[in-house]
Design a protein around this ligand. Structure first.
Ligand SMILES: *[C@@H]1O[C@H](CO)[C@@H](O)[C@H](O)[C@H]1NC(C)=O
Ligand SMILES: *[C@@H]1O[C@H](CO)[C@@H](O)[C@H](O)[C@H]1NC(C)=O
Ligand SMILES: *[C@@H]1O[C@H](CO)[C@@H](O)[C@H](O)[C@H]1NC(C)=O
Length: 181
């Protein structure tokens, strides 16, 4: 009986964790301001969009928001190769409504370029890397300014997993064990 009670509370904790992590998604205005999706003004800023992206810590479930003039520009989600070569001919997705939202639904890199003729070659492109969920235990609201905490050997309780990361797997395994018995 005690085992069952423990299993129930473990299950409750497990479900709570699911709810907490699924409600965590945040919205990021690309470039941090409304008119950032355009050709960078000059060479000293030519990588400003990607500098912004590097300073934001994206997680699965977050949403990118672009605000731009839909009659002049668009947002193309493309493959890495098309990102590098600025090839606009076969995008994975094309958005041109001026208020584009893209949900980052998996970890890894996402590549975006401008659909306007020549703009990508002049630097209007964005690479966003979404961290894998085992690194997303960080519950802070604001994107952390530096990635230092990942390197911290002394502070991290387990190798890189968040407060619930390792525990969840244990809880789940124990639950599965009970069900089998
Ligand atoms: C470029 O310069 C103009 C005028 O100074 C400014 O309004 C705009 O926001 C700048 N664009 C970027 C991408 O910084
Ligand atoms: C380029 O941008 C920087 C920073 O906004 C500005 O200080 C500089 O005057 C600009 N240079 C040119 C040639 O527009
Ligand atoms: C752009 O991509 C398309 C489809 O992948 C390909 O057929 C075309 O040759 C590419 N163009 C350039 C300039 O690389």
């Amino acid at each position: 009986m005690a085992g069952f009670a423990r299993a129930s509370s473990s299950l409750a904790l497990f479900l709570l964790c699911l709810v907490v992590s699924s409600s965590e998604g945040r919205e990021f205005l690309v470039g941090g301001k409304t008119d950032a999706w355009e050709i960078p003004n000059n060479s000293s800023q030519s990588d400003s969009l990607n500098q912004w992206a590097e300073n934001s810590r994206f997680r699965v479930g977050d949403t990118l928001v672009w605000k731009y003039d839909g009659s002049k520009d668009s947002v193309l989600q493309v493959s890495k190769r098309d990102y590098v070569t600025c090839n606009t001919s076969s995008p994975i997705e094309e958005y041109k409504d001026g208020n584009t939202k893209v949900k980052l639904d998996q970890s890894g890199p996402f590549y975006f370029i401008s659909g306007a003729q020549g703009n990508c070659l002049k630097g209007e492109k964005l690479l966003v890397v979404v961290m894998s969920s085992k690194h997303s235990g960080h519950l802070g609201m604001a994107p952390a300014p530096s990635p230092v905490e990942f390197g911290g050997p002394a502070i991290a309780p387990t190798s890189g997993s968040g407060p619930f990361g390792g525990g969840l797997i244990v809880v789940f395994g124990v639950l599965a064990g009970w069900v089998l018995m």
